[in-house]
Design a protein around this ligand. Structure first.
Ligand code: AMP
Length: 618
């Protein structure tokens, strides 16, 4: 294992070394590095292409297939083929419930707060694990192509990603055996790839328009002294080039007088048509007409027809641009540059519409599929200390966080965050009537606090007695430029507040920091495994508590057989909780959850009928 050498003052790695940039995309992922000519370059390993489909297939043979080869199983075996995992990262079931039907695989609906899981066969995977499989494949490809071990990376995320989504991305990297030096915003990476933001004297406001295959984002960034500030983001998480393909496909179905239901039922024909539609779309970016045959049927389309069809979708993206400008309190004349990202921005009519809207020439000199990965590689090179001309801001050398239930470390300020910085998260109580909350502050990279360094502990007292889950406790970390950390806890319903000031680096030598970093890499896998058992146990205990309270309060609404069955399932859950097997615990939770779900409706119905009784409806 290579020695990690980090400069505490600057956060830079001391010897020049290779750090790669990763664009971990919803549909495709890419890796890039800085080549011997000091140019950012995407990696095309073994001629497989630069785009690695972000797809994981669990083959019946037990083999895990990632990337290009996994793609074919999307149709052949959807239940075991995971795509779009980025949409699930850092999310609870409630967050994605409205579009659950979009995924062809099983997502577990458990309690609202916990991070969701994906069920494949009889195993449960977190989106973090699934993303780590993709990252591992990217690591392998980079190592194969560059013929050198790759351990350190910069990963990009959408500007709108919240703290939990960023932390999940970091964790996925760690689980893949990677040291994630920094998570950066995709529009920031794109700007860097265009050379914007590299000169500290530069001051600019730019719009980054990113239209990929499945998602659309517009970000307005202000760049000052090399600092990128996101002024506003807007977009549509279900709008992209795939929708353009779908319009062409629908057009052909109509032209050929095909019954859509029959075509959808014939997946082979459907996929052939879909692929031909994408081919048509790409051709129409340079040609005025496209013709082909699909299973003997002539499929053709004129560019003018196609352009008229996609006009409403283009307008939708422009409306989002206007909304972002409004949110940023800016007008079009404030935008110094418009940067294009995503394969779909190659569409000429879209460029014309954008140029007209922004009233300026667009910055489209880079390959729109690659810019984000290229920018990540540039950021990686800066972190590696290879760009002496660029001033690095101070960063915090180790993550800072608090202890949550089960002795887990919940990171609030990640390692390598630029300082000064502030971040916060909301917590709640786990026991009914809890009036005090102990807040223990830790530093380090391990998942269990017992392996990290304890910095301080204090108690937030005087929380009004409420049912578990009701109090809202905001915990904020403020790390100033001198490295002093202020931790503030505040219960929002009662305004109870408490704070403490600590100096996290006090008494830590460079060697100790290095050891803490190394330990976290060495123990990443076992740490995650332990964390998952603790989380599953916590969920199981919560479920048991909820069901037991339900039986006490509303047992009369259930039949004897239902009560017996519930008790049997509770018994099975207890048994699994004692076994400490994560998958078995989650299976037991899933079973009891499925069985008892209809009961809640009965309570609602009864509550309504009771409420109605007292009222006369006249
Ligand atoms: P990305 O997610 O950024 O890789 O973008 C992929 C999307 O760009 C897919 O929907 C592609 O079909 C689309 N795309 C690629 N090349 C072109 C092109 N020349 N014209 C229009 N769309 C394209």
């Amino acid at each position: 294992m290579a020695q990690v050498s980090i400069n505490i003052a600057t956060g830079t790695i001391q010897q020049a070394e290779l750090i790669i940039g990763i664009d971990l995309g919803t549909t495709n992922s890419l890796i890039a590095y800085i080549n011997a000519q000091q140019q950012a370059e995407v990696i095309n390993d073994m001629g497989k292409g630069v785009l690695v489909p972000s797809i994981v297939h669990f083959h019946p043979s037990g083999e895990l297939i990632v990337g290009n080869e996994a793609k074919q199983y999307l149709i052949a075996d959807p239940a075991n083929t995971i795509f779009s995992v980025k949409r699930l990262l850092g999310q609870s079931y409630k967050d994605i419930q409205s579009y659950e039907g979009y995924f062809g695989y099983k997502i577990i609906d458990d309690d609202d707060q916990a991070m969701l899981k994906v069920k494949v066969g009889d195993r449960f995977y977190s989106p973090i694990e699934l993303s780590s499989f993709i990252l591992k494949e990217l690591k392998l490809r980079a190592e194969h192509a560059l013929k050198t071990p790759v351990n350190k990376v910069v990963i990009t995320v959408p500007a709108y990603f919240n703290d939990a989504q960023r932390q999940a991305t970091r964790d996925a990297g760690k689980l893949a055996g990677l040291d994630v030096l920094r998570i950066i915003n995709e529009p920031t990476a794109a700007s860097l790839a265009f050379g914007i933001g590299l000169d500290p004297n530069e001051e600019k406001t730019i719009a980054v328009y990113d239209l990929g295959g499945g998602t659309f984002d517009i970000s307005i960034l202000k760049i000052q002294q090399g600092i990128f500030e996101v002024l506003a983001t807007n977009g549509d998480t279900f709008l992209g080039g795939d929708d353009f393909d779908a319009l062409i496909l629908q057009y052909w179905l109509k032209e050929l007088k095909l019954d859509p239901a029959a075509v959808y039922a014939n997946q082979n024909l459907m996929q052939s048509l879909r692929l031909a539609a994408e081919e048509a779309k790409i051709a129409l970016s340079t040609q005025s007409i496209f013709n082909t045959t699909v299973q003997g049927m002539p499929c053709g389309i004129m560019r003018s027809t196609y352009e008229a069809m996609i006009q409403p979708l283009i307008q939708k993206t422009i409306d989002c641009c206007q909304n972002a400008l409004n949110d940023a309190g800016l007008s079009i004349k404030d935008i110094d540059q418009v940067v294009l990202v995503g394969g779909s921005t190659r569409t000429p009519i879209l460029k014309q519409a954008l140029q007209a809207f922004f009233d300026q020439a667009l910055n489209d000199h880079q390959n729109p599929d690659e810019v984000v990965a290229l920018g990540a590689a540039i950021q990686a090179d800066i972190l590696a200390g290879n760009r002496k001309d660029i001033l690095l801001l101070d960063v915090t050398p180790l993550s800072l966080g608090i202890e949550t239930m089960g002795g887990l470390m919940d990171v609030i300020i990640p390692r390598n965050a630029k300082i000064p910085t502030k971040a916060g998260r909301q917590y709640t109580t786990s026991i009914d009537g809890q009036v005090n909350m102990k807040i223990s502050v830790y530093q380090g990279e391990r998942d269990l606090v017992s392996e990290n360094r304890k910095l301080a502990e204090f108690e937030l007292r005087g929380i009004p007695a409420m049912p578990a889950g009701f109090p809202k406790v905001d915990i904020n970390f403020m790390l100033n430029a001198d490295g002093m950390l202020k931790v503030q806890a505040k219960e929002l319903r009662s305004n109870t507040q408490q704070e403490i000031i600590i100096t996290p680096t006090y008494g830590l030598t460079d060697e100790q920091v290095e050891k803490m970093l190394l330990d976290s890499m060495v123990h990443a896998k076992e740490d995650v495994a332990k964390r998952m058992i603790i989380e599953a146990t916590r969920e199981g205990e919560q479920m048991r508590y909820t069901i037991e309270s339900f039986l006490k309060k509303h047992g009369q609404l259930l039949s004897e057989a239902e009560i017996n069955q519930t008790n049997d399932l509770l018994h099975a859950l207890n048994h699994q909780l004692a076994s400490g097997d994560k998958d078995q615990i989650l299976t037991a939770i899933d079973a009891i959850n499925e069985f008892t779900r209809p009961f809640a409706e009965r309570v609602m119905d009864q509550a309504i009928s009771v409420a109605m009784k007292g009222k006369s409806i006249e």
